[in-house]
Design a protein around this ligand. Structure first.
Ligand SMILES: Nc1ncnc2c1ncn2[C@@H]1O[C@H](COP(=O)(O)OP(=O)(O)OP(=O)(O)O)[C@@H](O)[C@H]1O
Length: 306
């Protein structure tokens, strides 16, 4: 059975005049790599702060591993997290940083340090101090710190931010490995949907404090698949014609009033003939496929138009 690792139920969080989260419900299942997507200020860090106990919701409930209320604190011991900029001791080596964290958190035995360094490929960093690390190495060190207590659930707030392409690939592969080989459930936030492509298996898309959509990677692929892009003078009649004459409802009308038709992609002529015969003016008819970013922008744009 698929167990829920994290559940937010109708969470609202207010800071004075700011409604950072507005009735958000979301769930992360065991084994997920959950991509938590939203523009700057969408409320991602706020939700992560509630999850990790750094702040309290104004209303609503949080459950971790099926437990809530007073039992949350114990469950939080099963989490490893990186929130905002991880605090590293820049004058120390990776090993020394981990030793300080180990002692502060009362984790017995030094063997966990070598294990964590091994996991994030920092065993060879040797005597190099953190201040001389690349950003990618610093992020991996932060990840090693998060991994020290052998967490079942990793919560990472924008860990990809600022990394170069090599750093992004390294981190992506590392997180995949932790998920696949160690069964660690991961929630990772980002403001760029495509950054988490081929990493996340589910996404939660947050915008201005509201969860717009929870979607699986497979559903997202489906929505970004090839289509005919149609721009016409009469969207309503075109929609009706597609349904009645071409027998398809496999299309979406986008916020910019273009139509994405997922059938007849290889048979644009048939669509064109039908529309022309019905006096529809075609401004554009072309094969297209949404990029993830277009999908995301349209989703957010659609919400802004509401
Ligand atoms: N401690 C606070 N006091 C007042 N307002 C806050 C506080 N923390 C966050 N906010 C506000 O809540 C909203 C959501 O912020 P949050 O940091 O959760 O967004 P985010 O999606 O993580 O964005 P970013 O990627 O920029 O961190 C923003 O309008 C922010 O200004």
């Amino acid at each position: 059975m698929n167990t829920t690792v994290f559940e937010a139920i109708n969470i609202t969080k207010k800071y004075r005049n700011t409604l950072a989260l507005n009735q958000v419900s979301m769930s992360v299942m065991q084994g997920d790599i959950y991509g938590f997507i939203g523009e700057n200020g969408a409320g991602k860090t706020t939700m992560i702060r509630l999850l990790t106990g750094l702040a309290e919701p104004t209303t609503g409930n949080i459950a971790l591993f099926g437990k809530s209320d007073k039992k949350l604190a114990k469950q939080r011991e099963r989490i490893g997290c990186i929130i905002e900029s991880p605090s590293l001791y820049l004058d120390m080596t990776a090993h020394e940083n981990l030793e300080v964290q180990r002692l502060q958190r009362g984790i017995p035995g030094k063997v966990c340090i070598d294990n964590a360094l091994e996991l994030v490929n920092l065993r060879d960093a040797g005597k190099k101090k953190a201040k001389d690390f690349s950003l990618g190495m610093r992020q991996r060190l932060a990840l090693a710190i998060a991994l020290l207590g052998n967490p079942e659930f990793l919560v990472l707030d924008e860990p990809i931010n600022g990394l170069d392409p090599t750093g992004i690939i390294e981190l992506r592969n590392l997180l995949k490995r932790l998920n696949e080989e160690r069964g660690i459930t991961i929630l990772i936030s980002s403001h760029i949907l495509s950054e988490l492509h081929q990493l996340a298996n589910r996404y939660g898309i947050l915008h201005e404090g509201k969860l717009l959509q929870e979607i699986t990677a497979a559903e997202l692929e489906q929505r970004c698949k090839k289509h005919l892009l149609l721009q016409v003078n009469d969207v309503a009649t075109t929609s009706a014609l597609l349904e009645s004459e071409l027998n398809t409802s496999n299309f979406s009308v986008m916020p910019d009033k273009s139509i994405h038709l997922y059938d007849y992609v290889e048979n644009a002529g048939k669509v064109s003939a039908l529309l022309s015969a019905n006096n529809i003016i075609i401004y554009q008819l072309a094969q297209s496929g949404d990029s993830l970013e277009t999908y995301y922008t349209n989703l957010i744009g659609g919400c802004k138009n509401d």
